[in-house]
Design a protein around this ligand. Sequence first.
Ligand SMILES: [Zn+2]
Length: 362
Amino acid sequence: MKRRTWEADFTQVDYPRLVQGGVDGGFWTLFVSQGPRTPAGHAAARDNALKIAVRIREMVARNSEFFELATRAEDAQRIAQSGKQVVYLSMENGYPIGHDLTLLQTFYDLGVRMLGPVHFANNDLADSATDTKGPEHHGLSDLGKQVVAECNRLGIVLDASHASDDVLRQLLELSATPLILSHSGCKAVYAHARNIDDDLLRALAAKGGVIQMNAFSAYVAPLKIDTDRNQALQALMAKFGGRSALTTPEKYADYVRARAGIERQFPMPLASFDQFMEHVLHALKVAGPDHVGFSGDFDGGGGVEGLMDVTTMPRITERILSAGYSPEDVEKFWSGNMLRVLRAAETQAHRAMEQRSGAPIR
Ligand SMILES: [Zn+2]
């Protein structure tokens, strides 16, 4: 399988690099950006998410000696020990659900085990941490609350990473199972809306949840916003219709050439590795080693200096060990904590099913 590099084509994840970085697997996300909140917009988002799910599943099926789909917490160890990549599915943004809660079952059946209700802008389910218009529902909408109950019923972990603080507070109250912040940071280190304060971090941990530290530079440290770069990248995306539209080698080469021009003209402002580690060590201090994990947000805009693709992940382990944490702690950061949260969602779903049927289910 082809090994790419960030320098050559601005990608951060592929099979050879996952292996080189000692990464056994992770969540592949069905990400659909927030669009118009209309019946047509919701239908298009639903179709898009279904297509992404099918595309990931086809990729796994075509490369079954390298990848395997995981749907339960217990799958991870078995698949990793067989030498394959563990592929869990998640959804970043609940927008594709529209107003049709039955779609949660559909996506669950396709393998989705984690859902973030909202992305960079408010939607019909919840308020975003970063919507410039401010809060709309002051947390979850009524529909969003029904999504929480349905996720608990099915065994889908709720992800409050892009959600507003009010949403996180309400999720902590409403969800029958622990939450995840799939890629977030600490407000105490950098007071950005995408990061959470120590009180919320403690509340998350008290309910058994996990924060996975984000390596997205603009949320790690205060950087000068390069509007020229952002505009150039937006124009590039508009021209090519996003990475998923790069369906031929020619289109891909054209995109890479155009992107390289932008990178030369307006280099990406990056936070430092030390600034990223400040978030990690702070979260560890406040929440404790049972409640912290990692996320690069790779191929999603992530990356800090010296941590630009999956091959660089061992740097984090090195730094954690030299900060005095044990190899057992390190194992929890990389997988144990997340799998515990997933297992809790499964157990709750199983228990709910038994209660409904009135008989033990094996
Ligand atoms: Zn994100």
